[in-house]
Ligand binder design. Structure first.
Ligand code: B12
Length: 297
C-alpha cells in the first residue's frame, strides 16, 4: 500500500514523499524550541508561542492520527540574477495550488483506504513542517535551517497529511552540509548562527514580509539585501541549489511580470497597480505596507 500511496502522490505532481510516525516531538527538540522562543529569536511571530500542544504533538491535530505523510513540491524557476523578488512569489499563490493538490490526493486515498481519517496542512497550520520532513527522510535540515533534498535542493514547498492508518516510517537521510558555511557567511545581516539557527529578528525575509513597523536600523538591514517580500541569499549560495531542474508546474514558477521589475519601476505605482501586480501571489494581502517597508524604493 505504501508504494501505491507514493505512486499516487507522484502522479499528482508531488516531487517528494516520506512517512513518519505521528507522535510527540522528542524532549530534546521541545527544549530547543522553548530556548529559541526564550531568546526571542522569533521576534513578533507570536503565533509560534501559541498552540504548543498541537505543534509538539500532532495527535492533537488528528486524535486518531498514526502516520504523517510529508510531501515536497519543487518550485525552482530560473530568474534573472538581479531579480528583486524571491521565487516563492509564484504565479498562483502556492498555498492555493498545493491545497488543491492535497485535496485531490486525499480524495484518491479515501477510495483506496477504508475508513480513512485525515487532516492536511500547507505552511499555515501549527505543525513543524521541517521537523516532520526531516523525520520522513525527504531531506536534511541545512545550516540555513531549510529542508534540503540532495536532488531537488531547497526550493521545495513542504506540506503534510496526517492519517489514521499505520505505515512503516522511512529512514532519515544524512546531513550533507559538512564544513560548508556558505549560507552563514553570505547572510548580509548575520541572521544565521554557527549552529544553523535563525535569529528571525535579523532575517530579511521576516523584516520584509512579516514585520509591521520598522526601525531605522532595520531599514538599513533591508537595504543590504537586493530583495523585497522575502530573501533567498542563503539558498542562492547553497551548493545543493546548483543545476536544478525547473518545476513542472507552471503555476509554481515565479510570476512572469515580477521577473524583470526593478525598484525604480515600483516608485510611482499606484495602490491599484500594486494590487494588480501581486493579486495572485502569496503576498497579495500585504501591499499597503510596500512603500514604508522597502527603503530601496
Ligand atoms: C515562521 C516561518 C518563517 C519565519 C522564521 C523562519 C524559521 N527558520 O523559523 C520567517 C518569516 C523568517 C521565514 C522565512 C522563510 N521561510 Co518560512 N516558515 C515559517 C513556518 C511558518 C514555521 C517555522 C517554524 O516553526 N520555526 C520555528 C523554529 C524553532 O524552527 P526552525 O528554525 O524552522 O527549525 C529548526 C528546528 O526545527 C531544528 N530542529 C529540527 N529538528 C530538530 C531536532 C532536534 C533534536 C533539535 C535540537 C533541533 C531540531 O533545526 C531547525 C534549524 O534551526 C514554516 C511552515 C511551518 N508550519 O513549519 C515556514 C517554512 C519553514 N518557510 C519556508 C520558506 C520557503 C521560507 C523562505 C525561503 C521564504 C523566502 N524566500 O523569504 C524564508 C527562509 C528563511 C530561512 N533561512 O529560514 C518553507 C521552507 C521549505 C524548506 N525547503 O525547508 C516552510 C516549510 C513553508 C512551506 N510550507 O514550504 N519563515
Amino acid at each position: 500500500m505504501k508504494g501505491r500511496v507514493k505512486d499516487i502522490a507522484k502522479e499528482l505532481g508531488f516531487d517528494l514523499i516520506g512517512f513518519s510516525k505521528c507522535k510527540k516531538v522528542t524532549e530534546e527538540f521541545a527544549e530547543f524550541y522553548f530556548k529559541w522562543i526564550k531568546n526571542n529569536f522569533h521576534g513578533d511571530l507570536k503565533y509560534l508561542e501559541r498552540n504548543i500542544e498541537k505543534r509538539f504533538n500532532p495527535k492533537n491535530l488528528l486524535p486518531s492520527g498514526k502516520t504523517i505523510i510529508s510531501l515536497g513540491v519543487n518550485y525552482y524557476s530560473e530568474i534573472p540574477q538581479d531579480c528583486i523578488f524571491p521565487r516563492y512569489l509564484t504565479k498562483v499563490d502556492y498555498h492555493i495550488v498545493i491545497k488543491n493538490m492535497l485535496k485531490e490526493f486525499v480524495e484518491i486515498l479515501k477510495k483506496e483506504i477504508k475508513d480513512l481519517e485525515y487532516n492536511f496542512f500547507v505552511d499555515s497550520g501549527p505543525i513543524l513542517e521541517k521537523y516532520w520532513a526531516k523525520k520522513s527522510g525527504i531531506g536534511f535540515i541545512g545550516k540555513n535551517s531549510l529542508i534540503i533534498n540532495p536532488k531537488f535542493g531547497s526550493f521545495i514547498f513542504l506540506c503534510e497529511v496526517i492519517i489514521n492508518k499505520e505505515f512503516d516510517e522511512d529512514k532519515e537521510i544524512e546531513n550533507l552540509c559538512g564544513n560548508c558555511e556558505k549560507c552563514i557567511e553570505s547572510c548580509p545581516t548575520g541572521a544565521i548562527t554557527k549552529e544553523g539557527i535563525i535569529d528571525v529578528t535579523k532575517c530579511i525575509s521576516y523584516l520584509t514580509i512579516e514585520k509591521k513597523e520598522l526601525t531605522e536600523e532595520e531599514r538599513k538591514i533591508i537595504k543590504k539585501g537586493n530583495k523585497i517580500f522575502g530573501c533567498e541569499i542563503c539558498q542562492e549560495v547553497c551548493p545543493f541549489n546548483k543545476d536544478l531542474k525547473e518545476t513542472e508546474k507552471d503555476e509554481l514558477k515565479i510570476a512572469e511580470k515580477l521577473k524583470d521589475l526593478k525598484f525604480e519601476e515600483l516608485k510611482n505605482v499606484s495602490l491599484l497597480q500594486l494590487k494588480e501586480l501581486f493579486k495572485t501571489t502569496a503576498v497579495r494581502g500585504k501591499l499597503i505596507k510596500l512603500n514604508p517597508n522597502f527603503p530601496q524604493i
